[in-house]
Write a protein that binds this ligand. Structure first.
Ligand SMILES: Nc1nc2c(c(=O)[nH]1)N[C@H]1C(S)=C(S)[C@@H](COP(=O)(O)O)O[C@H]1N2
Ligand SMILES: [Mo]
Length: 197
């Protein structure tokens, strides 16, 4: 199933109606990582959802794929003002992974295999809005772009799309992750220019 986000098509002069305010189109794909790029094999990779009761739901590379991957076409927007439009991705919907999760928490702290964190409201991760992505532009995700697997939350600024994703930990209240502690917005909607707070 192909999912098209905000795909109006066509350009208006140099601007494009798919571009949120203050964003500029790029054709390349910049790499933005706070630390060194970790080298994680698909054998080592795992993803865990941890509930407030301490219950853990865990997937490895094989069981993640058993959950069912889908194709996604979407735009991405970095808070540093670049956007890429109409990117092809492949990944497992976060909806699939929450099917058996019992939680009454509204917020998620996303943790990665390299120690990066970012907070996301649960409402922004469900109903076809977020994926554990394993491919981009028709190729397996490269290590520098978060391979073997990263979170993809394309309707929020791209710092929420945690590379080398390892865990979603349920939180009763919203708490800031790495960039959010350093001044980035708690939610990060590019259409509202929620860059900093
Ligand atoms: N683990 C991890 N994920 C991360 C980051 C990071 O430093 N570490 N940087 C974030 C930021 S600020 C951006 S803009 C995007 C960049 O993804 P890219 O390098 O694939 O373009 O990854 C996000 N995810
Ligand atoms: Mo970023």
């Amino acid at each position: 199933m192909a999912i098209i986000n905000r795909g109006f098509g066509g350009r208006r002069g140099t601007s494009d109606p798919r571009l949120p305010p203050g964003q500029t189109l790029v054709d390349d794909w910049p790499v933005l990582t706070a630390g060194p790029t970790p080298d994680i094999s698909t054998d080592e990779w795992s993803f865990t959802i941890t509930t407030e009761a301490g219950v853990q739901h865990r997937w490895d590379w094989t069981t993640l794929h058993d959950a069912g991957a889908e194709d996604i076409v979407t735009d991405i927007h970095c808070v540093t003002h670049w956007s890429r439009l109409g990117m092809s991705w492949r990944g497992v919907s976060v909806d699939r992974l929450f099917e058996d999760v019992e939680t009454s928490c509204d917020f998620v702290m996303v943790r990665t295999h390299d120690g990066y964190t970012t907070n996301v409201p649960l409402d922004d991760l469900l109903e076809g809005q977020a994926w554990i992505a394993t491919e981009a532009d028709g190729e397996p995700l490269t290590a520098e772009h978060g391979g073997p697997a990263r979170l993809l939350v394309p309707h929020l600024y791209f710092w929420k799309s945690a590379k080398w994703v390892a865990e979603m930990r349920m939180m009763p209240t919203d708490e800031p992750g790495f960039w959010e502690q350093n001044g980035y917005h708690l939610r990060g909607d590019p259409w509202r220019e929620e860059r900093y707070w």
